[in-house]
Design a protein around this ligand. Structure first.
Ligand code: NAD
Length: 362
């Protein structure tokens, strides 16, 4: 069988890590037909939009995409393609497993946490009001009239909306995931003590959903306390479910616990579409240097293989990656903090994984 996959190389380090991953996935012998799609600034220049309709059509048709990171201009310019993809395709869940592999230079050696991040609403809804516009002054006037609070007239405003519907959907996903994969506990993260109507709603829905899963333990943490506890005692956590922004931040924190962004994979999921991408961004300063770690992207490829039911090949690739890390010769600079001069490049890491796959070595 041939798998049609939309391949979005992205920009910055994206093309290098996606190419390394494509080579490894093809080395399994699975028959892939890649439909390559351009988004971001490249697409902007060519098509006048950072997210051409043809890309959405390709993903909707194939239902699976492998995606490299895409740069988002800071402060001005086009809005995040990543956020737009999630909204357009209703990719409501960002699943980020954070697991340590033997030999990774890290404070901890036995982390196995899964972050389930709500992927569409919260402060990422893109509903923003720019300083000095009529819209923002109307909104400030409305706030003053209805709440009596003073928002300074030179403010910009970003709306944080958290709904019962989307909270219930992501929290239910987290509990179903825990049940399916034999996990013991779900921890909901929030700041409900301060934001009673948004995070407070998320928490009350979490408590309600938890009652339908008596076989899974449930607890909640305020996000600041959660950050400290993750750094001090991460092993107490199993599945973490969080609204969009906290989920984003905690994903990077957890990536730090398992050896860095170079090892943190992810998947963006709807009920019928899945886009696999690493947690990291486009790290523009490393573009074209054959330097960064492709393993986060490859591990995202492993998630993709499991998603399409290629579990044996997923196990083979994961074993080969684990073997390369444990052996420690063909790894990039981020896994060689004590001897960066001996680090290998992105494509050499891919070669090492492929060679292990070919020889059947773990
Ligand atoms: P980043 O993740 O790109 O890089 C931060 C740092 O992490 C890098 O400087 C590097 O030291 C390290 N790093 C990242 N990936 C690595 C890898 N594979 N191997 C080794 N080290 C790695 O974060 P940033 O600098 O904040 O963001 C750069 C751009 O990426 C921004 O435009 C941002 O919007 C975008 N971004 C895109 C996505 C996505 O496409 N899903 C996700 C996050 C950020």
């Amino acid at each position: 069988m041939t798998w049609n996959i939309t391949l979005i190389p992205g920009d910055g380090i994206g093309p290098e890590v996606t190419e390394a991953t494509r080579r490894v996935l093809e080395a399994t012998g699975i028959d892939f037909c890649w439909e390559t799609a351009s988004v971001g600034s490249g697409a902007m220049e060519q098509y006048g939009t950072p997210l051409p309709e043809s890309v959405l059509t390709s993903i909707r048709k194939n239902r699976i995409a492998l995606k490299g990171p895409v740069t988002t201009p800071v402060g001005s310019g086009f809005r995040s393609v990543n956020v737009a993809l999630r909204k357009e395709l209703e990719l409501y869940c960002c699943l980020r497993p954070c697991k340590t592999y033997k030999g990774v230079p890290s404070r901890y050696q036995d982390i196995d946490i899964v972050i389930v991040r709500e992927n569409i609403e919260d402060l990422y809804s893109g509903i923003e009001f720019e300083k000095g516009t009529k819209e923002v002054s109307d909104l400030i006037e409305y706030i003053s009239r209805t709440k009596g609070d003073k928002v300074l007239p030179d403010s910009g405003i970003s709306i944080k909306a958290i709904s019962d519907t989307r909270s219930r959907r992501i929290i239910t996903f987290a509990f179903d995931y825990a049940r399916k994969y034999g996990r013991k506990k779900v921890t909901a993260v929030h700041k409900a003590n301060i934001m009673k109507f948004s995070d407070g709603l998320f928490l009350s829905v979490a408590r309600e959903v938890a009652r339908s899963y008596p076989d899974i333990a449930f607890e909640d943490r305020i996000v600041d306390n959660m950050s400290m506890q993750l750094v001090q005692k991460p092993n107490q956590f199993d599945v973490i479910v969080a609204p969009n922004l906290y989920g984003d931040i905690l994903s990077d924190l957890c990536a730090g616990l398992i050896g860095g962004l170079g090892l943190a994979p992810g998947a963006n999921l709807s009920n019928d579409i899945a886009i696999f991408e690493a947690t990291h961004g486009s790290a523009p300063k490393y573009t074209g240097l054959n330097k960064v770690n492709p393993l986060a992207m490859m591990l995202s490829g492993v998630l993709m293989l499991r998603h399409i039911g290629e579990n044996e090949n997923a196990d083979r690739v994961e074993k080969a990656i684990a073997g390369v890390i444990a052996e420690g010769t063909y790894v990039t600079y981020d896994l060689k903090p004590d001897n960066p001069a001996s680090a290998k490049g992105t494509s050499e890491v891919a070669d090492a994984v492929i060679s292990r796959l070919a020889s059947g070595q773990a």
